[in-house]
Design a protein around this ligand. Structure first.
Ligand code: GTR
Length: 423
């Protein structure tokens, strides 16, 4: 009880600390200018998809790499896949379950992360798959005892009975409300998940644990100013999971949709931007550093996020603390990197910290890239009403009632959208 009280108290303190400098008032949004999507950094206009793909898209991707999420180091690692569990007809017969170890190795050492894959038992396949990361462990997405527990660091959470940074059986299924596994499978989709702490524990230790050290050159002890932080390496590992999915005959690997919530929504966007093999991209409540426009400075800002989570982005990104005007990019450009693939951005009404309006606008302002492919784009700058999803073949969006979370309502829209534009 005491632990829970302290936990709630600490969360309140952090909210009030941030709230001192936080704007939620639309009238106080500064005048800002978004960089033109279809004009290069050297002032050249981009008029067709081929110039977009050969000139503008690469330079946008590069600026996000160098100035925000970080560059992926050149030092190579080998990735091997090992099927460690393969069970048919689990979850009362509706699912086939696989666990696949992704084994990363090179002369610096070895590191393992586990992919959990559920496939619908009633479908012959190959099936489209949603792929995403989770916050506490694969075993938290469903109470099934067939899912292995991880040995990695986990954030203490008395509500989930996680203490001493270790998980045990008691946290099985504690996050099942965010992962309606049977519901997803019943619609003919598979679901793949990785625990993000298996890749890089989510706290600032200057990248001594997790996967980063494998990428260090001789004598290097942490990433350079421009190299990746945690979001960078989480996103990279989603691509490695996709490498595995490409080898699995039961998976329709041209139809893998990358999904993520909050910090892991920032991650799914960054994974989708870099890896065009992802057929669709979902950002659930990703907020600052995800779908929300930084220059609006509503809710969480660049300075707040860099101070609270110095390990998420590269060090270069701190130059824009309290200095969003100088950003040569904004998040509409991240969304534009998804084109011509469908992207779904979702907000929640009470999640003002993530700036729902800014999340809508980044999708809206990404439209010129999709228009180069003659695609239908959102027709109005007005955000849709609460619980009235607006879907198009390019950018789709909803704002749900309720708080920062992933709900059955969100999944119902993602499945409707995927049925329409991906399946
Ligand atoms: C918050 C953070 C957000 C969001 C969220 C989450 O503390 O300020 O950017 O990522 O965490 O991941 O739940």
């Amino acid at each position: 009880m005491r632990k829970i009280a302290i936990y709630i108290w600490m969360s309140l303190i952090s909210v009030s600390l941030y709230s001192q400098e936080v704007n939620y008032d639309e009238n106080k949004v500064p005048d800002f200018q978004l960089p033109e999507l279809l004009t290069t950094f050297h002032g050249k206009s981009i008029n067709d998809a081929s110039a977009w793909e050969s000139v503008r898209r690469p330079e946008i991707l590069n600026v996000f790499r160098e100035q925000m999420y970080g560059t992926n180091p050149v030092h190579q690692v080998e990735v091997d896949f090992k099927l460690v569990k393969n069970k048919e007809k689990v979850l009362d017969g509706v699912a086939d379950l696989k666990e696949i170890d992704l084994i990363f190795s090179n002369d610096q050492g070895k590191h393992t992360a586990r992919l959990l894959l559920f496939l619908p038992a009633h479908v012959e396949g190959p099936v489209p798959v949603f792929l995403g990361m989770n916050f506490y462990g694969n075993h938290t997405i469903h109470p099934s005892a067939s899912i292995s527990l991880h040995q990695s660091w986990a954030r203490d959470n008395p509500l989930f009975l996680i203490s001493d940074q270790k998980v045990d059986d008691r946290s099985r299924g504690v996050r099942s409300s965010r992962w309606p596994v049977e519901y997803i499978l019943s619609h003919g989709y598979g679901l793949g998940v990785i625990y993000y702490g298996d890749i890089d524990p989510d706290y600032d230790d200057e990248f001594q644990n997790g996967l980063h050290p494998l990428f260090y050159k001789k004598g290097q002890t942490k990433p350079t100013e421009k190299e990746w932080g945690s979001i960078g390496i989480w996103a990279w590992s989603l691509s490695r999971a996709l490498d595995y999915l490409e080898t699995d005959a039961k998976v329709d690997h041209d139809k893998v949709i990358v999904f993520g919530h909050s910090r892991l929504g920032k991650t799914s966007l960054w994974a989708g931007a870099q890896d065009q093999r992802f057929a669709g991209i979902i950002s659930n409540n990703s907020g600052c550093g995800g779908a929300a426009l930084s220059k609006r400075k509503v809710g969480e800002t660049v300075k707040i996020i860099n101070n609270a989570f110095p390990h998420w982005f590269n060090d270069y990104f701190t130059r824009f603390n309290n200095n969003e005007e100088e950003l040569p990019f904004d998040q509409h450009m991240l969304i534009s990197l998804m084109a011509p693939r469908p992207v779904y951005i979702a907000s929640a009404k009470d999640d003002e910290w993530a700036d729902p309006r800014g999340e809508y606008l980044s999708g809206y302002y990404a439209a010129p890239a999709y228009k180069l492919y003659n695609m239908q784009t959102p027709s109005t700058i007005k955000s849709p009403a609460i619980n009235q999803p607006r879907m198009t073949e390019s950018v789709s969006y909803h704002i749900r009632s309720g708080r920062h979370d992933v709900t059955r309502y969100d999944w119902a829209q993602y499945i409707r959208w995927a049925d329409k534009y991906i399946k």
